[in-house]
Design a binder for this molecule. Structure first.
Ligand code: HEC
Length: 449
């Protein structure tokens, strides 16, 4: 993204470390939300299809509950889904300024497909309710005329088509978006990808990105599972209007889904950690990953207990443990980015110092332009370079100041009587840096004569 690179100025060391903290904060908002939507939408669509095939109303209800819990509401899609990833694009274009990392490209693609994906998913969510409304109205009105009934069934049919399509497209875009998101973060770690022309080929052929993405997807399902349990059985004391049968169904389904995913997680984490470049690794990094894993392990233990002993007591704590483990994973990711961009940050900070010096020089006023300006307004009325005016021609009198600009500055600030053939020169009331600028200008200019 060259145009972003051109917009960005080099940053100071303090600013860079601030950017790292901001990235972490943004990920705390973004990751839980997008994981939840990904997991929730996948499970919802899975159970919807299953419900239609087997004509099972429990599955259909479950599908609706899943998508309602995990997408929260429309504005959260914007605040927790779209805004954070856009902010990431801007932050990374500062952190990786002039590094030519493909990271910013990937994150921008991710932003676009997240936007499209979320729109589809929210259409899916709301059309699911519409379809139900049309269905129930259509079937409840037994004695209304035939025409009206027809109309309702055609609305319901259309809502169904919208619903099916938007769900599937939403999933496609969300999976694509998360792949690009993971690729963007991974490219920030992998200094060897910087400056290399990236193509779709090295995007899909990178094991590093692939393993990390699998890790992400599995993590999403685990988080989604505990969020659903939390919502059903813990939040505000748990849902009151559940039938025992449905409540058991939700508990058993969700705990077993989550545990199956959990079984794959350690392998996914190991593979994704070992696929990382050594520049990204550090003792801190391993420590953080380890803490994250231990928390997950305790959470799985609780879920297993709930499944085996048929209760929902741990719904709250399992969710919190998974959330904390996610936080540790985010911090470990951030540590890895920090480790691998360390060198680059030093380069950026040095560039910043340099541009600061240049900026000061430009505004400090020893440039030729301001010297010329001052000369034209303050001196040219009495002086020319090669001709006598009120004062002597510069080419005659400046010889003695050659190589001694300070002496000339002193004269301009405070003219003393020199040549009896001329009247004394009045002081021009210049500021010290103005006097210096004009002295520099006339000394350079006089060489042309
Ligand atoms: C009102 C007319 C006037 C203005 C305006 C004026 N000068 Fe002069 N300048 C003179 C005169 C008259 C002399 C000769 C003074 C002398 O020999 O004692 C002179 C002498 C000089 C000399 C020669 C000094 C020497 O050691 O022989 C320099 C250099 C000079 N001026 C630079 C400037 C610069 C730079 C400015 C503008 C910031 C400026 N002058 C503005 C009238 C002026």
């Amino acid at each position: 993204m060259e145009f972003l690179d051109n917009l960005v100025l080099p940053q100071s060391a303090e600013h860079i470390s601030l950017l790292h903290y901001m990235t972490m904060l943004i990920l705390f908002l973004f990751l839980p939300f997008i994981s939840m939507v990904l997991g929730g939408a996948t499970l919802s669509i899975f159970y919807k299809i299953k419900g239609l095939k087997e004509n099972n109303s429990t599955y259909k209800q479950f599908s609706k509950d899943l998508i309602e819990i995990t997408t929260i509401n429309k504005s959260s899609g914007v605040i927790l889904g779209m805004v954070p990833i856009l902010a990431l694009v801007l932050i990374f274009s500062q952190l990786l300024h002039t590094a030519n990392s493909p990271s910013i490209w990937y994150l921008s693609v991710s932003f676009i497909s997240i936007t499209v994906g979320l729109i589809y998913i929210y259409v899916y969510r709301y059309s699911l309710s519409f379809k139900d409304i049309f269905d129930s109205v259509g079937s409840a009105q037994k004695d209304v005329n035939h025409e009206l009934k027809e109309q309702f069934s055609s609305y319901s049919e259309r809502a169904k088509i919208v619903n099916n399509k938007s769900g599937v497209w939403g999933l496609i875009f969300l999976y694509l978006a998360t792949y690009f998101y993971v690729a963007g973060i991974t490219a920030a770690f992998s200094t060897e990808t910087w400056g290399v022309k990236s193509s779709i080929l090295n995007l899909v052929s990178s094991w590093e990105i692939f393993f990390r993405w699998i890790h992400f997807v599995i993590g999403s399902f685990i988080l989604t599972g505990t969020v659903v349990l939390f919502n059903f059985f813990y939040w505000e004391g748990g849902r009151k209007n559940l039938t025992q049968e449905y409540s058991n169904f939700v508990r058993d389904r969700i705990t077993s889904h989550t545990l199956i995913n959990g079984a794959f997680l350690p392998i996914a984490i190991l593979l994704s950690v070992f696929a990382l470049p050594s520049s990204a690794l550090s003792v801190n990094f391993f420590g953080l990953v380890l803490i994250g894993l231990v928390l997950l392990f305790i959470a799985f233990h609780m879920l297993y207990d709930m499944l085996k002993n048929q209760h929902t007591k741990h719904s709250g704590s399992a969710f919190l443990l998974v959330l904390f483990s996610l936080i540790f994973i985010v911090i470990s990711d951030q540590t890895a980015i920090n480790n691998s961009t360390k060198k680059h940050s030093v380069v950026l900070a040095a560039q910043f110092e340099e541009s600061l010096v240049q900026l000061k020089a430009a505004s400090g006023g020893v440039g030729a332009i301001s010297g010329l300006e001052i000369y034209n307004t303050k001196c040219a009325a009495c002086h020319q370079f090669d001709r006598k005016l009120v004062g002597p021609p510069h080419k005659e009198v400046l010889v003695k100041y050659e190589g001694d600009i300070d002496k000339l500055v002193a004269f301009i600030n405070n003219p003393t009587k020199v040549d009896p053939a001329y009247p004394p020169m009045p002081a021009q009331g210049l500021k010290p840096n103005e006097a210096k600028a004009v002295a520099k200008y006339i000394l350079e200019e006089v060489r042309k004569y």
